[in-house]
Design a protein around this ligand. Structure first.
Ligand SMILES: [Zn+2]
Length: 73
């Protein structure tokens, strides 16, 4: 189990501890980074999905315009 140094009391504690057992200093930098990374990936996939839907709708509109113009001629 890897140990880290508490910035408050400078004692060795487990990196998986949400708070320092000696002074109670809260720190979960790895958890916060992991959550931010997960949210970033989720937002990226969401954007990709939005772009795909927009492209698909645009393609359908283009097909509709093309069919209308071909019928009117
Ligand atoms: Zn501490």
């Amino acid at each position: 189990m890897p140990l880290i140094i508490c910035p408050d009391c400078h004692k060795e504690i487990s990196d998986k501890a949400p708070t320092c057992p000696h002074c109670g200093h809260p720190f979960t930098p790895q958890t916060i980074q992991g959550t931010a990374k997960t949210e970033g990936i989720f937002m990226q996939s969401l954007n990709c999905g939005c772009y795909f839907i927009l492209a698909f709708v645009g393609f359908l509109i283009l097909l509709g315009i093309l069919s209308v113009t071909s019928h009117s001629k």
